[in-house]
Design a protein around this ligand. Sequence first.
Ligand code: ADP
Ligand code: ZN
Ligand code: ZN
Length: 754
Amino acid sequence: MLVEVALPIPLPRTFTYRIDSPVADGTRVRVPFSGRKLVGWVVGAAVPARELKRVRDVERVLDDVPSAPPDVLALCRWIADYYVTPLGVVLRSALPAVLSDTGRTAPPVRTRRVLRIARELPTLTLRDEMFGRAHRQRECYEVLETMGGRADAAHLTDALGFSAAVIRALVDKGVARIVDERTERDPFADIDPGEPARHAPTPAQAAALEALFGAARAREEVAAPFLLYGVTGSGKTLVYIELLREVVERQGRGAIVLVPEIALTPQTVARFRAEFGDVVAVLHSALSDGERFDAWLALREGRRRIAIGARSAIFAPVRDLGAIIVDEEHEASYKQSEAPRYHAREVAVVRAAAAGAVCVLGSATPALESWHNSQRGKYQLLRLRERVEGRPLPPVRLIDLRAERRAEEDSAQPRGRPLIIADSLIEALNERLVKHEQSILLLNRRGYATFVQCRACGHVWHCEQCNVSLTFHRGRKRLVCHYCLHEEAPPALCTECRSDDLAFRGIGTEQVEREIGELFPRARVARMDVDTTSAKWSHHEILERVRTGEVDILLGTQMIAKGLDFPNVTLVGVVNADVAMNLPDFRASERTFQLLTQVAGRAGRGPRGGEVLIQTALPHHYAIQSALSHDFDSFAARELDERAGPGYPPHTRLVNIVISGTDERPVQDAIDQLAGDVLALLARHNAGDRVALTGPAPCPIDRIRGRWRWHFLLRSRSAATLGATCRRIQLEHDVKPGRAELRMIIDRDPVSLL
Ligand code: ADP
Ligand code: ZN
Ligand code: ZN
């Protein structure tokens, strides 16, 4: 018989193969494909209309049970369709890497020897008859009983002192059996989850829970997704946990919890672990392939029922799914930046609806898309307006950097180095050090100086492969490109004019660290950014030091802005609020507001209260003014207004179409050609008035890794029309690679236009 196989290659179709006996959809097969072997997935009977010259045989069936269960396969089909990506590419990304590797089979499963009761001896008489005077055998049997009928053999001999002979006797008598049980490699196993902190829900939490329980109990009637908009410190985690208690413990169903990657520290995980113990599987990106596969299998087999992880955990093969929680739903990291370019929040909504599961999107700063949906009644809004225990949101003060700089210039004793931290922030930090309280300092720019410039001729050092300036890293003593990771030695002379008068401009976290070291030589400072956290558990180590009070000042990039709950942090300082404001992206204000509100939310979470100081050169900008009063509603209203005119999301849907290649001219020609084709295509389908095309133009960063990049935008109020347009482009207008190695990207609902 003939079947269609989805292959993980960038061609928008499936392929026909012959197979001896039928297999379920979602089963992996190994097939020959133009001289190679590929792993693919059977996705249905062959498409009858297809013209077949020579059909090849499936070489081997790789799964007994389909590795893509029906619900996951259906979800992948939706993604393939919506994000115009080949189904095989979606499946490869949705399943553990080891499953799509031709060279390897599934990693060896680790086992341990377990002694299990094989025959119950319910009465004392039976036990007397069986064991007589063999007291150790009887004890061993009774130990097994108290341990639920099974125990690790090594535990019985090493820890409890039963001899191998005793164990053998139990087996010989048929009372017990030795079995090899599969064990999971679980890197979190050694982390003490601590005692779960049980609080009685506040009235606001209780009201939210009532709505969620209602939806969870009305199984057949699928509820609209919930937007849980709760200010920082309002106790959203408790709502998640109580919902899971209902769905997982009382109803016996499964659940998925998505968290942004950085929040996947063992601390966050520990809270769920403390509540639900071993039913939790953690899908951390730092897992080895083997660990990841183990966790996946445990979910697949129902041995674990809650999957916690970043973006890709949305594909977890959880059985009988009852709830999906997306924490910090506004996070840009939920969007995958390579094919399939899916947004895990949108996928969560689709998967929950298909499964009849409750979907909760939680944030203190909802994405405008989600907010808009709640305003239009597509999502149900649940609000937690206040922090728990009546704690106030911390007061926020602005420090006007322009005024500070003017004062510096007029000063009789200028400090002779760039202004990094203003006097009032220095004072506030000092006060915390004296009182043994902790501070958090945010600067969302890593490295020492963000660019190097010649004072004589103005030359700025750029990456040879990318059109971006090189960042000076003082620790490594290198200039580094943050896009392609190219490194070079810092210059001593200007390459253009031979001047040695070079300026290291633009302040990064390394420079702030140095400044703090000079201002407060005795303070214990920890820096947390990409450069200090490359090792597997380094986040965890830094945060543990903060938690146990070994750190006075935690300095870092946006990594430190989210999710942290340290009651002894009473000061948050923002070194420069304007970093993201000038990026050529329509979400610049939203990003700025989110980051400021999130980091401000780290202050004053304990009984000592706290305050926030923000340094900015744009004190009157509405994003900063709204952050001043933690006022999401007014920010959202203003921002929605700002976006209505130019027609940006959430008022419209967007598609970013990018063509890149090694030479600029062919890229430009190809994008012009494609834009023309698309306009003709829209006209042909009478969609010209429903889909607008803007561009083509060079991308804001017009060269990355040696590839030139041009793009145009499609926008429309109709997702369906945009989808149909994208599919036609995919099928009819793919670019030919040619000499310039042209590539086309179709990015639906892009989160970055750089
Ligand atoms: P959010 O995620 O909304 O910022 P968290 O879930 O981290 O807030 O909760 C903030 C703090 O409040 C935590 O330390 C948590 O233990 C505590 N908390 C949550 N709910 C309650 C409650 N009902 N009563 C008292 N404390 C609570
Ligand atoms: Zn120069
Ligand atoms: Zn580069």
